[in-house]
Design a protein around this ligand. Structure first.
Ligand SMILES: NC(=O)c1ccc[n+]([C@@H]2O[C@H](COP(=O)([O-])OP(=O)(O)OC[C@H]3O[C@@H](n4cnc5c(N)ncnc54)[C@H](OP(=O)(O)O)[C@@H]3O)[C@@H](O)[C@H]2O)c1
Length: 273
């Protein structure tokens, strides 16, 4: 049976991915501080020795590297050094590397973006993820999944949770009408990661929901879904396009042609729930 190692089993994505992976593959996962099921391997991705040792002992066929969101401490190091370490370890054992990246490697001036469009990150997170992609691409058997805002319908995503908490505390919140994204249902993204684990596709793939919408539209859909009625301090507005990428729509045509996994947009997902 194929052996899969998932980094970041405790991430929002990882907590959905690990149980689904376990239905298909012999699955192990790493955590850093929190272990949702108490069966993970504690590992700091910045620690090269620890990474090499763990991967050498588990000898996975596939590594799905989810660690590296914009919420981690020492973000740039976790993303860049952590990915360098995981890539080197994958090379040592000949594992396929499925790497999760982001739409904000683009500057948001020219969406919808295709896989071959040049990256042009505007902020530190985007720059670190773009640098990590370059490292991953040096490993022959790799796939880089660029995705968008991740949401679920059973567990609130971290972005919506932040907004909901701020509104409940009556803090001002602005949802941006000019930032365009292709939010992705976490189940879709998990299925795509697992499908790509066993395909021989190599390179970058844009995996996101096929419906583009503004962060404001998305935020309001999520607040409705979760029944968050406190909106006195909520406003809609524009962001600074020099600082924050505006139009990061992803062209998902290649993923739609390649994958069996459907890529429904937010409205389709909500309608079928
Ligand atoms: N969330 C989104 O909307 C979104 C959008 C586009 C792309 N992505 C990408 O999707 C992936 C998952 O994002 P997410 O939002 O699900 O992540 P997340 O919930 O913010 O989770 C962060 C993860 O990083 C782990 N971690 C932190 N520091 C670490 C270290 N030094 N060594 C090892 N692990 C460490 C945490 O472990 P502990 O909890 O155990 O400490 C946790 O598992 C990321 O690669 C991100 O760039 C996310």
């Amino acid at each position: 049976m194929t052996k899969v190692l998932i980094t970041g089993g405790s991430s929002y994505l990882g907590q959905h991915l690990v149980p689904l992976a376990a239905d298909l593959y012999e699955t192990q996962y790493t955590v850093y501080r929190h272990d949702p099921w108490g069966q993970g391997f504690r590992m700091n991705v910045r620690d090269e020795t620890a990474v090499m040792r763990l991967v050498a002992s588990l000898r996975p066929d596939v590594i799905i590297h989810t660690v590296g969101s914009n919420r981690v401490e020492k973000m740039a190091q976790v993303i860049e050094q952590g990915t360098r370490n995981m890539t080197a370890a994958a090379g040592e054992v000949g594992a396929r590397l499925v790497h999760v990246s982001t739409d904000v490697v683009f500057d948001g001036h020219g969406g919808p973006y295709r896989e071959e469009d040049p990256v042009s990150p505007l902020h530190g997170y985007g720059r670190a993820k773009a640098a990590a992609e370059v490292v991953v691409a040096q490993h022959t058997d790799h796939v880089i999944i660029r995705t968008s805002l991740i949401y679920g319908l059973e567990r609130m995503d971290r972005g919506t949770a932040w907004v909901a908490k701020a509104l409940q505390m009556r803090h001002p919140v602005t949802l941006f009408t000019d930032q365009l994204r292709n939010p992705v249902w976490v189940n879709t993204l998990c299925q795509a990661c697992l499908e790509l684990a066993s395909l021989d596709y190599r390179g970058i793939l844009h995996v996101a929901g096929e419906q583009a919408m503004s962060r404001a539209e998305f935020g309001l859909r999520m607040l409705d879904w979760w029944g968050i009625g406190e909106r006195d301090t909520l406003q809609l507005g524009l962001s600074d396009p020099q600082e924050w990428p505006a139009d990061c729509r992803l062209d998902v045509g290649r993923a739609k042609a390649l994958l069996l996994t459907p890529l429904p947009g937010v409205d389709t997902v909500l309608k079928s729930a």
